[in-house]
Design a protein around this ligand. Structure first.
Ligand code: 5AD
Ligand code: SF4
Length: 450
């Protein structure tokens, strides 16, 4: 029973679409709801409050929101008191339109209104329909996470994530993010450190620093490299990662930080989007392919064995077969460990949306398939080469299909099944790679956990 109302506690369900920043925001919503005495529900059917945290980076996930709202509307007719809320980038973009289009939605809030959730829920509970998509006070440096929320941060098992900034000033011509998350705003180093400390004190061993363009971070006279050194000093923090850096801002100092800071993992996600300078220019990416490859070479020289992942878009307007061939060529040269590849999707407000599409849907599909096939071929070779090597594994928990085994990740961020292992979540162990799957590794402990 809820001691204040004498009623059974209310339950919430959050469905998160899209990127890590949305995952972070959903975590904050969970923390706020827990403090307001809500319990998590296992499904929308069981919940009193259902929140969709939405993504509009491509058309597909944005459309999915409306089909999901249709299904939730049917559920609400069986459960009239239910509150349906839409958060995130589609909410920011569409605002009140969502209330007009979907009569069952009670609450719409944008990316800058996240921390008013308890207040908005109260209003919705009184039968009001609420839409808040205004931007907060404009400032390049600001703690957009209220300090009490930062200090209440909860990790997800042994892993936690902390936003160091929000928004983006890059305006890549295809990207809606600067419109849905606004201009870049950087948190103070001390605020980031306080949030990481809160997560570590609650059991986090690994922290992911988040931002749309992390290495352009600047606040209180500190840059991203200063921030990484500052965070790495926190006692009890075993592993540190960040996502995503922009190639134009990737420098030698950051590569040296990887070499010199034991906690900073040998793994970098460095999007290149296209292997063709002509397309990069049309994408307003502000780097050439030669510059990208030089930075990769510098990083590999400074941090031997560093594992790289990337984002690629196929079928940008004007992409000819030779541009696509250049993208494949970069993949052969860099040999990425992870690949996130997407079909170009025109987005509202973006300059690229005004360009005529020249690549058909079918061609985009073929190009995407080609990238994935090449990636898998390279990945199989990379994984074979790892057999027999010993990896440090951070255990995330029992394997969902076999509780005798453990699931964990290497420092390079590869998923590994450690067979016959009893180590608890959060343990760091050493495991020899004994087998490979398409996207993950199989291993056994070098010295069994006791
Ligand atoms: N179409 C396809 N992919 C896109 N991305 C961003 N905008 C678009 C778009 N309009 C991809 C980019 C980015 C990743 C997060 O999503 O590759 O790095
Ligand atoms: Fe979008 Fe480019 Fe900013 Fe990334 S760097 S969020 S792709 S505008």
């Amino acid at each position: 029973m809820d001691p204040q109302t004498g009623q059974p506690p209310k339950k919430y369900f959050i469905h998160t679409f899209g990127c890590q920043m949305n995952e972070y925001d959903s975590g904050k919503m969970r923390d706020m709801l827990a403090r307001a005495s809500y319990l998590p529900a296992v499904s929308a059917e069981e919940a009193d409050v259902v929140l969709l945290n939405t993504c509009s980076v491509r058309e597909n996930p944005a459309n999915k929101v409306f089909s999901m709202l249709g299904r939730l509307g049917e559920l609400k007719r069986e459960k009239p008191g239910m509150i349906i809320g839409v958060a995130g980038c589609v909410a920011q973009q569409e605002g009140k339109n969502i209330l007009r289009r979907s009569p069952d939605v009670d609450l719409v809030f944008g990316t800058d209104n996240l921390f008013s959730l308890p207040e908005m829920l109260e209003q919705a509970g009184q039968g009001r329909r609420v839409a808040r998509t205004g931007w907060g006070k404009k400032s390049k440096e600001k703690d957009f996470v209220p300090p009490q929320e930062a200090l209440a941060s909860l990790p997800d098992g042994p892993k936690g994530q902390v936003a160091i900034m929000k928004g983006c000033d890059n305006f890549c011509s295809f990207c809606i993010v600067p419109h849905t998350r606004g201009r870049e705003v950087n948190r103070d180093l001390s605020a980031v450190v306080a949030e990481v400390e809160a997560l570590v004190s609650r059991g986090a061993k690994e922290i992911l620093l988040l931002g749309q363009n992390v290495n352009s971070y600047r606040a209180g006279g500190k840059n991203f490299v200063d921030l990484v050194y500052g965070v790495a000093e926190i006692p009890g923090l075993e592993r540190l990662r960040y996502m995503s850096p922009h190639p134009k801002d990737f420098n030698l100092a950051l590569a040296i930080a990887h070499r010199d800071i034991p906690q900073l993992c040998e793994q970098v996600h460095l999007p290149f989007q296209s292997g063709s300078d002509r397309i990069l220019k049309a994408m307003q990416r502000r780097h050439t392919m030669a510059e990208y490859l030089e930075k990769v070479a510098m990083l590999r020289e400074t941090v031997p064995g560093v594992q790289l992942s990337t984002d690629i878009i196929v079928g940008f307007p004007g992409e000819e077969p030779e541009d696509y061939a250049a993208t494949l060529d970069v993949m052969r040269r860099v040999r990425f460990d992870h690949l996130f590849a997407f079909k170009y999707s025109p987005r509202p407000f973006t300059p690229a949306a005004k360009l005529e599409e020249t690549v058909t849907h079918g061609q985009k599909g073929e190009r995407l398939d080609g990238l994935l096939a090449l990636h898998l071929e390279i990945l199989a070779q990379i994984h074979q080469g790892m057999v027999g090597s010993v990896q440090e594994i951070l255990v995330e928990g029992p394997h969902p299909k076999n509780p005798e085994d453990r699931l964990g990740r290497t420092r390079g961020n590869k998923s590994m099944t450690v067979v016959n292992c009893s180590a608890p979540a959060g343990a760091l162990l050493r495991a020899e790679v004994t087998g490979v799957r398409q996207y993950s590794l199989i291993g056994k402990e070098v010295k069994p956990w006791t």
